[in-house]
Design a protein around this ligand. Sequence first.
Ligand SMILES: [Zn+2]
Length: 157
Amino acid sequence: MSSGRQHERINKGFLFVVITLSFLLSLFIHYGTEGAILAGCFMFGYGAGTYYLSPDLDVRSRPYKRWGPFRFIWIPYQTMFTHRSFWTHGILLGDLIRFLYLLLWLFPLWGMLGFPLPTSYKREILVFFSGTSLASVVHILTDHSSSFLKKRKKRRK
Ligand SMILES: [Zn+2]
């Protein structure tokens, strides 16, 4: 199992892929200011997926601790799902569950503060979600490859 620090280091290593994808997004999907905003949403999503919305929110990990006084919102999530289960470490499914789980907390707060629902930002939210999903894919692949290498090492002994 990779440590939180290792995960963040590897995710940072993939930054060139993220920047390239963001650049292509801004060029081909929507050239101009809108494209640049979407590229920003993608990069922001990748950063959020690495540091705050990581699959390892299912344990008391570095991303969990980063939530500071709001970390309590992830405690029910940790009791619902076991570490590295399909529900937290499943590609896309894990992200979707985390995203919806977070929205369950945010919507009442959003309503209490009187903000209108951000329905006109569907595309930006989708691109942000894609960024967090890419960060999770890198995380999950790192988890699997480190487990595979450890098993192989044990077999050789
Ligand atoms: Zn993990």
